[in-house]
Design a protein around this ligand. Structure first.
Ligand code: IPM
Ligand code: MN
Length: 360
């Protein structure tokens, strides 16, 4: 999707971030350089040093001026943010969530694909059975920060955190999910994951919208699953799924579970997408401070995120080339594992290998 933006020259903001972020982004850029040569693309890379290190030095997380600059980019490529000396929540809110909201990246796209040769903890399931996409709403739900507290610190304390669902937000998310489903052309099935048996107002809005938007996609089957049952089926019958569409919080939870079924954080990538604007792509793992600078972390998730970035920019062939390189590396046993220290090679060797597969 986003084919209308295909243009061959892209200005990409690069945020290596903290911990292992710089070493994985280095390999991601290595692979992007290989596809650039092969497909005659042009990248203008702009580096940004936002993250925990800069915050500790300057107190600045992400100034508004940076966001204004980001609006002029074609995409953002993010390594990882998170620093052991920064209290949890500060960088998440100040950087990641701020960017999602400011750039209205209303989709969180999480492909769940078991590549050949990759170990999954689900017995008897293989690449045929684990191949679906989660489309997570990314700017509403429980993430808006709406709510408040009262009588804090007393026995009568009240904390209210609202689950916000707007017709506009739900509709654009569901419409995007249908388009993903149409393009995949696989089971032609969209599963609305909710908790409509308890969260009745929100559930009703999502389900009505699924039906209404579905009128524009008559060949796509509509299905519903409560979120608790969804987690069960993701393990027991992952082959039932093609596209799962869900709210922000449920999507956050089920995509960590999904990641582990596709071989874990070494390979799971995500996109924070504004189909009409500037999107951001990242491995879904964190900054893994304990492995920093050791050249032992798996760069495949970051490389796959680079592939998603190209796909969203409309460079389908280049994206497919990255996917094929990953499949070759795992399927032919070049990578022994996707876990840190267990790959049978270093981070930079893994990047070299994938770049070489692309160059041919
Ligand atoms: C994710 C992360 C974020 C989220 C955190 C870091 C704020 O878990 O991208 O899934 O909850 O969305
Ligand atoms: Mn998460």
């Amino acid at each position: 999707m986003g084919n209308q933006r295909k243009k061959g020259t892209y200005k990409i903001g690069v945020i290596p971030g903290d911990g292992v972020g710089p070493e994985i982004i280095r390999e991601g850029l290595k692979v992007l350089e290989a596809v650039r040569q092969k497909f005659s693309l042009k990248f203008e890379l702009v580096n940004y040093d936002f993250g925990g290190e800069r915050y500790l030095k300057t107190g600045e997380i992400l100034p508004d001026s940076a966001i204004e600059e980001f609006r002029k980019l074609d995409a953002i490529y993010l390594g990882a943010v998170g620093h052991p000396d920064v209290k949890p929540g500060i960088l998440e809110h100040g950087l990641l969530l701020k960017l999602r909201f400011a750039l209205d990246q209303y989709i969180n796209l999480r492909p769940v694909k078991l590549y050949p040769g990759v170990w999954t903890p689900i017995k008897d399931k293989g690449p045929e059975q684990i191949d679906y996409v989660v489309v997570r709403e990314n700017t509403e739900g429980a993430y808006t920060g709406m709510g408040g507290c009262f009588k804090k610190g007393t026995p009568d304390e009240i904390a209210v955190q609202e689950d916000v669902n707007t017709r506009k937000g739900v509709e654009r998310c569901i419409r995007y999910a249908y388009k993903v489903c149409q393009r995949r052309n696989r089971l032609k099935k969209i599963t609305c994951c909710d908790k409509a048996n308890v969260l009745t107002y929100a559930g009703d809005l999502w389900r009505r919208t699924l039906v209404e938007v579905g009128r524009d996609f008559p060949d796509i089957k509509q299905d519903y699953a409560f979120v608790d049952a969804t987690t069960m089926w993701m393990i027991k019958n992952p082959e039932w799924f093609d596209v799962i569409v869900t709210n922000n919080m449920f999507g956050d939870i089920i995509t960590d579970l999904a990641a582990v079924t596709q071989g874990g954080l070494g390979i799971a990538a995500g996109g924070n997408i504004n189909p009409e604007g500037v999107s951001m792509f990242e491995p879904i793992h964190g900054s893994a401070p304990k492995y920093t600078g050791q050249n032992v972390i798996c760069p495949v998730a970051t490389i796959a995120a680079g592939g998603m970035m190209l796909d969203t920019l409309g460079e389908t062939e280049a994206a497919l080339a990255i996917e094929a390189a990953v499949a070759k590396a795992t399927g032919e046993g070049h990578l022994k594992s996707l876990e840190a220290k267990k790959m049978g090679m270093s981070t930079s060797e893994a990047g070299d290998l994938l770049a070489r597969f692309i160059s041919g």
